[in-house]
Design a protein around this ligand. Structure first.
Ligand code: IFM
Length: 433
């Protein structure tokens, strides 16, 4: 990577990202808690349980963020706490979130708040959750309430986290709550989430005119296993269409998937885009498979720790650059709202940080307006259907005792945040110069 110092622009945001259900603990009023009780739903029979104890004591991790030189944090608020029953809002939940957001600000940490990160209140889940079009106005009502109550503490809002991941994992593959396997439902969910995004975008702006509101898109790259084989090329293209472009195209053109009608509000619903990037897949056409495709890491490539479904993914830094270029089509600022990898023994993460941040630097050098990055995550946390088996933290966490232990990568990320970039000796120490 050479001996140059990779300095990021002044005012760059450096932080970590979390979500309510994965860190707060005892979120028993949403569909995920119910899903976790089903035998076999979570790897090794794990549960979110007390998670990272944030509902009682997020502040000790806020102290850790400050110690590590972070100046921003992306967290989510839990709809089922704020509106435990339809149309009944809980002032105590809001008071706790005010305390948390105030606590971040006191420590010099700019909060970014996500309104929906995979969990849905039980009362809404019982009415069909995101398959029910009525969710759009209910979500907007909740978003408006939250923005009215918390808007003085929050400038950066994300409406929905990873709509395509949610639709695929919860309604197509059946591995996330509520565990359905229906292509028809998955498509309806994706569309309702995009409508929900627009409605929430407007609701937040109605409460807070100068808020910055975006959607979080997980971009996964799909490359043909054999670029000469038309079947592989077509399979990779189709995966990219369904997973990435249905959402990105809709936000650009205002046309929902399979719809010719243009919705102007949809085409103008981004003040920024949040990019989550993890990995890419090589894709081969395979008539023996259900979806006629096989996906796997590039032969010989480095892969991260494996989850229940096999390898989590290839470690592919250039993919972050490619993903940034892909989402740069809107002409709005970009935040890398998540990047990270499961790596329990932390033997890959230090290099991972440097090689991925070099790609952010490269994209910025070519004019891509990246304003900040959020590492997933601060500490290990409840990793959905993989339970506690996949470890994404800069700090290791023992969920039984709550004990935290900073990993080597945590120290390195702190140095990067303080230097506002990557220095030659960091590269040298990781054998990258
Ligand atoms: O833990 C998840 C997060 O909730 C959404 N994006 C991917 C992360 C790692 O799998």
């Amino acid at each position: 990577m050479g001996n140059d110092r990779l300095r990021l622009p002044g005012g760059f945001l450096w932080g970590t990202a979390t979500s309510a259900h994965q860190v707060e603990g005892d979120n028993h009023n949403n569909d995920w808690w119910a899903f976790e009780q089903q035998p076999g739903a979570i790897w090794h029979g794990d549960r979110s349980g007390a998670a990272c104890g944030w509902w009682r004591e997020a502040e000790r991790d806020f102290d850790l963020m400050r110690e590590l030189g972070q100046n921003t944090h992306r967290l989510s608020v839990e709809w089922s706490r704020i509106e435990p029953e339809q149309d009944a809002f809980d002032p105590e939940a809001i008071a706790r979130y005010r305390q948390m957001l105030g606590g971040l600000r006191e420590r010099g940490i700019e909060p970014m708040v996500t309104l929906h990160h995979f969990t849905t209140p039980l009362w809404m889940a019982r009415q069909g959750g995101w398959t029910n079009p009525l969710i759009v106005e209910r979500f907007a009502k909740y978003a408006r309430y939250v923005a009215e109550e918390l808007g003085d503490l929050v400038q950066l809002w994300c409406t929905i986290n990873e709509p395509a991941v949610y639709a695929a994992e919860a309604y197509l593959l059946g591995i996330h709550a509520p565990g359905h396997r229906s292509p028809r439902e998955a498509l309806a969910v994706l569309k309702n989430m995009l409508r929900g995004h627009v409605a929430a975008y407007r609701a937040v702006h109605a409460a807070q005119l100068y808020a910055e509101v975006g959607l979080v898109k997980n971009v996964r790259l799909f490359d043909p296993a054999n670029p000469q084989a038309p079947g592989d090329r077509l399979a990779a293209w189709l995966m990219d269409r369904a997973f990435n472009e249905w959402t990105l195209h809709a936000l650009k053109t205002g046309r929902l998937p399979f719809s010719v009608k243009r919705d102007d509000a949809l085409a103008h619903s981004l003040d920024f885009i949040g990019l989550n990037y993890y990995t890419r897949d090589m894709v081969a056409f395979d008539s023996r498979q259900k979806l006629l495709t096989r996906r796997f890491p590039a032969p010989g490539a480095e892969v991260s720790d494996a989850g229940r479904e096999g390898a989590y993914g290839e470690v592919y830094p250039e993919g972050l650059y490619r993903a940034l270029k892909k989402v740069n089509r809107y002409g709005v600022p970009i935040y890398v709202t998540e990047f990270g990898l499961p790596d329990a023994d932390d033997d890959q993460r230090p290099r991972f940080l440097l090689t991925h941040l070099a790609q952010v630097h490269r994209a910025i050098g070519e004019g891509v307006p990246v304003r900040g990055v959020y590492h997933w995550s601060l500490t290990d946390n409840f990793e959905w259907c993989d339970g506690w088996a996949l470890r994404f933290g800069l700090a290791a966490l023992d969920p039984r005792t709550g004990e935290r232990r900073l990993r080597r990568s945590g120290e390195l990320y702190a140095a990067i945040c303080r230097e506002n970039g990557v220095t030659p000796d960091m590269l040298e120490r990781e054998g990258l110069s």
